[in-house]
Design a protein around this ligand. Structure first.
Ligand code: C2E
Ligand code: MG
Ligand code: MG
Length: 593
């Protein structure tokens, strides 16, 4: 400390003693000397009149050269106005003011953060200045920032997460004319995980994230909301935002579709997109909630359309969603109240026209709307666990009926087919449920065939495989339904443990074309070679029957033979066919009764 400086401090001490008594003077200097905080005293315009030793030593500055210097001269220029404003507030008597600012370390050029508490000691004799209590908070800020980043970002892709997205919506909402969102959901990530392990799934997610980040650029904020869900937030005016969302969704789907290399193998996934726009978000109570709900409705519609498409939210979609929810509730009530019935459609041996079994088909007559087709209510049931109740109901009804028909006709060869939804197929406890239902009905496992559609099985191939294997171990037969409507890959016939392949009606509709006939014959001969039974669905004409028979298919099902019929009509149908000894037995029993 220089001599003049020491003299001034002594003077200050003396003055303080005079005013505040003997303890006051040492305390000011001692505090300033001992405190790890860096203390400065400046004039109202920021000229340094005192600097504590810790201030000088921390910054490697010669304290003597600090005196008379401008305390704002090493504050980062962007932060100078804020610091000056705080200084002015203190001088105006608005009490101590705290704040953080950045400053540049002269020697290294490093930018660090300081927290400064500015208090008014302008009238304290011997100080007569503004006291700056400063603390270096750079590390604290870094740690806080790292924690904040970890809490708001996804570790796999480095993208912001849901919380980050909500923060951005909240920040943008007051000033934006409109906000838009594109929700992107990968269609088959679970299947990728099953097949290539979680590292394979992670590789796909990372590749998708990189492509989307490149696509979105500065146009919007890309975040990852969930394992397989991304969102892009857009802002601007309503019409351009809606248009940008639609274009972005299309481009994103195209980029997702490009194969990803996972351990040298090309993996292809697709995505579905739902977009929504919120106009004047400042006037909406909870813009984020509304935006994401609407985008979700659109995304659900995209998924329902089979995926790999983008859908924009509209009121019509919302009405349809409400209607679906209403139908789901009504269906639940119908299932609980015995309002869902089961119809049975004969399966016919193409060689001799005999009915060999029945397919059980759910039927629902809505109290107000009348009959609702399964193509409407089954997908609705599949959106929730409702489909498990539906499946259980059809299974127990069908097995109870089969027992009656077998007893009524004496035909031990009759079988029944029950459709299983994809959700039901992978439900833990399915095998136990089927075993119990068979036991309760007193029907052998071999008399039951469970049908799974090709698209359901392929959607999650590994899970479907293991479920089908477990069912087969029980002795139940399994069928691949609607073969040819989805992937039409003959390799699935080999990979999936099924006993029966049900060739879809569309192949029969094609039978007049020579190529259609060739395809039919090809499937039948391959199925035969694999030891599978072929059933052709949707046979409506004699000509179709002839063709499928000539192609070598085993069984048939279609309006030509019979439409699905109520349970009460089945026995009459079987007996009317003169179904052999069993029928005779029954007639004898009824006549003798
Ligand atoms: P599916 O399993 O392929 O059933 C065959 C469908 O073809 C039935 O329609 C049947 O009525 C119809 N069909 C049969 N013969 C002909 C024909 O000659 N011509 C025409 N045009 N159609 C014919 P349905 O009963 O409307 O069922 C449609 C689909 O709904 C079923 O297709 C099945 O995937 C699903 N489904 C029906 N009941 C259930 C159920 O209990 N559980 C589950 N999970 N799905 C069911
Ligand atoms: Mg079926
Ligand atoms: Mg079918």
């Amino acid at each position: 400390m220089s001599a003049p400086r020491r003299g001034r401090l002594a003077l200050v001490r003396d003055r303080l003693r005079a005013v505040a008594g003997p303890l006051a003077a040492p305390s000011y200097e001692v505090i300033a000397r001992e405190a790890s905080d860096e203390v400065l005293v400046t004039t109202p315009d920021g000229t340094i009149t005192f600097a504590s030793p810790s201030f000088g030593s921390r910054w490697g500055l010669d304290r003597r050269r600090l005196l008379g210097a401008d305390a704002l001269s090493w504050v980062l220029p962007q932060d100078v106005p804020a610091v000056r404003a705080r200084l002015a507030a203190v001088v105006r008597g608005q009490g101590p003011v705290e704040g953080e600012h950045r400053f540049v370390v002269r020697a290294t050029g490093e930018v660090r953060w300081s927290h400064a508490r500015l208090s008014d000691a302008l009238r304290v004799p011997g100080v007569r200045g503004v006291v700056w209590n400063c603390r270096d908070v750079t590390e604290l800020r870094r740690t806080t920032e790292a924690l904040r980043h970890a809490a708001t970002h996804d570790t796999l892709t480095g993208l912001g997460n849901r919380r980050e997205l909500l923060r951005h919506v909240a920040e943008a909402a007051p000033g934006a004319a409109a906000l838009g969102v594109v929700l992107l959901n990968l269609d088959g990530l679970k299947a990728v995980n099953d097949r290539h392990g979680h590292s394979g799934g992670d590789a796909v997610v990372r590749a998708v994230a990189d492509r989307l980040a490149e696509l979105v650029g500065e146009e919007g904020l890309l975040t990852r909301l969930d394992g397989d869900e991304f969102a892009v937030l857009l802002r601007g005016r309503a019409r351009p935002v809606a248009a940008a969302a639609a274009v972005l969704a299309e481009r994103a789907l195209e980029r997702v579709r490009r194969p990803v290399l996972v351990e040298g193998r090309a993996v292809v996934v697709t995505a579905s997109a739902g977009t929504a726009v919120c106009e004047d978000p400042a006037g909406v109570e909870d813009p984020a909630r509304r935006l994401f709900r609407q985008a979700d409705v659109a995304l659900t519609a995209a998924k329902a359309a089979g995926g790999d498409v983008g859908v924009a939210f509209s009121q019509r979609l919302l009405d349809a969603a409400h209607e679906r929810a209403e139908l789901a509730a009504d269906l639940r009530a119908a299932l609980a109240g015995g309002g869902v019935e089961v119809a049975y459609q004969p399966l016919v041996d193409l060689a001799d026209g005999r009915t060999v079994g029945f397919e059980a088909l759910a039927r629902w007559r809505h109290p107000d709307r009348g009959p609702v087709p399964p193509s409407v209510f089954v997908p609705i049931a599949e959106e929730s666990d409702l489909v498990l109740d539906l499946g259980a109901h059809v299974l127990t009804s069908a097995l109870a009926q089969l027992r009656r028909w077998r007893e009524g006709t004496g035909r031990e060869d009759l079988e029944v087919s029950v459709n299983l939804s994809s959700r039901h197929l992978v439900q833990p406890g399915l095998v136990e449920q089927v075993r119990r239902a068979l036991q309760e009905a007193g029907v052998p496992a071999a008399a039951l065939c469970l049908e799974v559609t090709e698209s359901a099985a392929v959607g999650d191939l590994e899970a479907a495989r293991s479920a089908l294997l477990a069912l087969r171990a029980l002795g139940v037969r399994t069928a691949l339904d609607d073969f040819g409507t989805g992937y039409s890959s003959l390799s699935y016939l080999r990979r999936l443990p099924v006993d029966v392949v049900k060739i879809d009606k569309s192949f029969v509709d094609d039978h007049t074309e020579p190529s259609g006939r060739a395809v039919l014959a090809g499937i039948a001969s391959l199925s035969g070679a694999l030891g599978l039974l072929t059933v052709v669905e949707g046979i409506e004409t004699e000509q179709a029957r002839e063709i499928v028979r000539a192609a070598g298919c085993t069984w048939g099902q279609g309006y030509l033979f019979a439409r699905p019929m109520p349970a009460e009509a089945v026995l009459a149908h079987l007996l009317g066919q003169g179904a052999g000894r069993g029928a005779q037995n029954l007639r004898e029993r009824t006549t003798t009764a």
